[in-house]
Ligand binder design. Structure first.
Ligand code: ZN
Length: 178
């Protein structure tokens, strides 16, 4: 077992776009393995490479039917809307009902270098959007409505007033101090 620490907001590595992978070699296979072990240990359903500080375009996920690896993902088309409660290992303890497109057409490569060209929706589509966002340097907090941002400020104030316990130090920086 080898895992890596998961970077959390406001670590700047999460806001930087990642770089396309040119050669899917043994090092990339090893990276995918470390990412999967880190994701399962967390536990989470998806993990992008920059969440462990690696600026490469690769994410892993498991929506309940086994591990998958996606390399150089591009979302070429979306349609519809779907609301789903979303959280993120890099923004621990918080969840929001987030509206995003429902259907997603994704192109990329798998770990064997085969072309991926798939259309998915609902939960599967949400994972693809969330993880592709990460690789483009976008965190889910950028997908919140103005109202949700206001609610989150209040929630964070409550968390600040509570005993420190295990709350994450950087959380109060989410939307800045008022
Ligand atoms: Zn995430």
């Amino acid at each position: 077992m080898s895992t890596m620490p998961i970077r959390t907001y406001p670590d700047p590595v999460l806001a930087q776009p990642t770089i396309e992978i040119q050669n899917i070699d043994a090092k990339i296979a090893q990276l995918a393995q470390v990412m999967l072990e880190t994701m399962y240990q967390a536990p989470g359903v998806g993990l992008a490479a920059n969440q462990i500080g690696i600026q490469k375009k690769i994410f892993v996920y498991d929506k309940g039917d086994g591990p998958s690896v996606v390399i150089n993902p591009v979302i070429v088309e979306t349609s519809g809307t779907w609301t789903y409660e979303e959280g993120c290992l890099s923004v621990p303890k918080l969840h929001w009902d987030i509206v995003r497109p429902n259907k997603v057409h994704l192109q990329g490569l798998d770990l064997d270098g085969n072309t991926l060209d798939v259309e998915v929706d609902e939960y599967h589509g949400r994972i693809f959007q969330h993880e592709t966002d990460h690789l483009n340097g976008v965190l889910l907090i950028e997908r919140l409505s103005e109202e949700q941002k206001e609610e989150t400020k209040k929630e964070l104030r409550r968390m600040r007033m509570a005993p420190p316990a295990t709350s994450h130090d950087g959380l109060h920086l989410l939307f800045g101090e008022e």
